[in-house]
Design a protein around this ligand. Structure first.
Ligand SMILES: Cc1cc2nc3c(=O)[nH]c(=O)nc-3n(C[C@H](O)[C@H](O)[C@H](O)COP(=O)(O)OP(=O)(O)OC[C@H]3O[C@@H](n4cnc5c(N)ncnc54)[C@H](O)[C@@H]3O)c2cc1C
Length: 484
């Protein structure tokens, strides 16, 4: 961090948020040097604002001292988005965790950024409503992080990801100015800044309040577990279900290795000898759900499903979902570390990409578990490893790069929902030309001209784009990834 006199920076931060809301002891800072991904970097200060005015005050102090600052929610991100790669001030929004208003006639909830995703649904469920985007991390991750990453989840197949559910935002710009963007009326004139900011990975503004769309609970829900002896049969079922005109509320896949981890941990009732299971949920009006359920059964049977179980009670349904939502945590039983990737392929390429994932696993010497949003073609290969083994982390990153390159070659992309962050910034040129990246970088500079907000993220180094941090350059060189 710039040697501007940490003492006076500390006093200025304390003046804004109060002395009890600033951390600077190295032991306390250590907790904030990582998120759910592999990169690490320690902030110089952590602050916990409680109001939008305090966020703006912290941002102004950072501008005055010329130090970088990064917003952080729960730190569950899987691409290093909340990692302060250039040090500076980490602005943790978890104390701004109030649901301020629930407006059923307009189907809107107004929430602070530190509200935990699942609490929105918990708040409105007794009245028959819910908030649709449901990342598997929903018991921990915050709405601010969800908006920044444009997060998805099992139930985003039918209803769209976060951007389809955010109506408006209060924001603090990187110079400390406060703004309101968006609104409840559809088709507002002017640029769609809410859309632009959703998915901006904490690089354009800090969100201090969000207006979220609420949905009415469906009249009927039916949940199936389809059990397969061959991975190919399961993945071919996925595109065929949708080809039959059914868009299930959720269509998730787990392979044998995932089941091996989940069953002892969660006891979800997944058969341990199966090669793959599909968790399929259809919902809507009772009559249409019955018709869709019958079609789903027929398609699964056509693709040789060994068994199709239906959850007959709410408890049985919750048990099936507990397995899916607890799967990543359960993988900790199989290895000390995992690197969770997030590629996308056209649905019809799922059988091919899963075979390629297995080939890459064999080549690099890792077991890879697959648990993912199959209906969206959004795969999550979890590469199991032990970071204490010399060279393992480097090989994992090579393996991850090879899988994501295959996704791109198949007409897909390098992230479906976890963002680019630091982890994938050097793979952006696989998707975008220098001119594309330059246009995005120029847009970023309009919001964030001094690059103080969340520097060193999303963009690879180019003559016209943002600089890369040293460790990223070093890693890219090791992997032989060309930097444009
Ligand atoms: C077990 C597990 C399962 C997961 N499952 C899913 C899944 O199904 N779908 C999915 O999409 N993701 C999933 N994730 C990834 C992660 O939970 C999401 O990306 C989530 O939205 C991150 O929220 P967070 O509060 O933890 O954000 P953080 O990790 O703290 O931050 C993420 C990014 O958001 C920015 N940010 C945070 N708050 C703000 C704010 N108020 N204003 C501006 N920028 C901000 C940060 O700067 C950073 O760039 C999973 C993660 C784990 C560990």
């Amino acid at each position: 961090m710039a040697a501007t006199g940490n003492g006076s920076l500390l006093s200025a931060l304390r003046e804004v948020v109060g002395p009890e809301a600033v951390l600077y002891d190295p032991d306390e800072l250590a907790v904030y040097e990582y998120d759910g991904a592999l990169d690490r970097a320690r902030p110089d200060f952590v602050v916990f604002p409680q109001t939008a005015e305090q966020v703006a005050g912290v941002v102004r102090v950072c501008n005055r001292y010329g130090v970088p600052f990064v917003a952080r929610g729960a730190g569950t991100g899987l691409s290093g988005g909340a990692i302060p790669v250039r040090g500076g001030v980490l602005v943790v929004l978890t104390r701004m965790n109030r649901i301020q208003q629930v407006d059923y006639p307009n189907r809107v909830a107004v929430v602070e950024p530190g509200v935990i995703n699942v609490t929105v649904t918990e708040e409105v469920a007794p009245d028959g409503y819910y908030y649709a985007p449901d990342p598997s991390s929903q018991k921990a991750c915050t709405i601010g992080g969800n908006v920044a990453e444009n997060s998805g989840g099992p139930h985003c197949l039918a209803y769209g990801v976060t951007t389809n559910h955010v109506l408006a935002l209060d924001i603090v710009l990187p110079d400390g100015n406060m703004l309101h963007v968006g609104g409840p009326a559809p088709d507002r004139p002017g640029y769609d800044l809410t859309g632009l900011l959703t998915g901006s990975e904490g690089t354009l503004a800090i969100f201090t309040r969000a207006w979220l769309r609420l949905m009415r609970q469906p009249e009927a829900v039916r949940t199936f577990l389809a059990i397969f002896d061959r991975l190919d049969d399961a993945s071919e079922t996925v595109s065929d279900v949708i080809a039959h005109g059914i868009v299930p509320a959720a269509l998730e896949m787990m392979d044998k290795l995932t089941i091996e981890a989940v069953e002892p941990a969660v006891k979800a009732g997944y058969p341990p000898e199966a090669e793959a299971v599909l968790l399929i949920e259809v919902e809507g009006l009772r009559e249409s759900v019955d018709v869709q359920s019958e079609l789903v059964r027929q398609v699964c049977q056509f693709h040789r499903a060994r068994e199709i179980r239906e959850a007959e009670t709410l408890e049985a349904r919750e048990r099936l979902w507990a397995g899916r939502k607890g799967a990543l945590g359960a993988l900790g039983r199989l290895a000390p570390n995992y690197c969770l990737q997030d590629g996308v392929v056209p649905r019809t390429k799922l059988p091919w990409i899963l075979r390629r994932v297995a080939e890459h696993g064999r080549k690099y010497g890792f077991r890879i578990a697959n648990v993912f949003h199959a209906g969206d073609g959004n795969l999550h290969p979890c590469i199991l490893f032990d970071e204490r083994e010399p060279g393992a982390t480097e090989r994992v990153l090579e393996c991850a790069a090879a899988i994501l390159k295959d996704c791109v070659d198949a007409g897909g992309t390098i992230t479906g929902e976890h963002g680019v962050g630091v982890e994938k910034q050097n793979w952006m040129p696989w998707l975008f030309s220098e001119a594309d990246l330059d246009a995005m970088a120029r847009l970023k500079r309009c919001f964030n001209p001094k690059e103080l907000l969340n520097p060193g993220k999303v963009f690879p180094t180019t003559k016209s784009c943002v600089e890369l941090s040293g460790d990223v350059v070093e890693r890219a060189e090791k992997l032989g990834i060309p930097l444009v």
